[in-house]
Design a binder for this molecule. Structure first.
Ligand code: FES
Length: 102
């Protein structure tokens, strides 16, 4: 497992998201009320890129079939998606955001 640098804290303000490709994984990193979270960037339903999803508060909506996921837990909140998104551990060190990737 490796801590991968995402961005500076100031580059990801509350309500914003960014994508990260690392070690063969596509990861979505979000700022919800000044806390950072990371989940799979690929919808668990039919693999739509959630980087194009709509983030409001702690929920991201997949643009393909409109399932919503809680980005703080990965939980699928409505069908057609039923499988949660994988979560990744996040840390802030200094002014940098990191995600733990395996
Ligand atoms: S691909 Fe995301 S809800 Fe279907």
């Amino acid at each position: 497992m490796t801590w991968v640098k995402v961005c500076q804290v100031s580059e990801l303000p509350p309500g914003e998201k960014t994508g990260l490709e690392a070690m063969g994984k596509n990861i979505l990193v979000v700022n919800v009320d000044a806390s950072f979270y990371a989940v799979d960037a690929i919808c668990s339903h039919e693999a739509q890129d959630l980087g194009s999803g709509i983030l409001i508060d702690n929920k991201i909506t997949c643009t393909r079939h409109l399932s919503q996921f809680d980005v703080t837990t990965g939980e699928a909140l409505n069908t057609p998606a039923t499988v949660p998104l994988r979560r990744f551990e996040v840390k802030v060190e200094g002014d940098m955001v990191y995600v733990l990737v395996d």
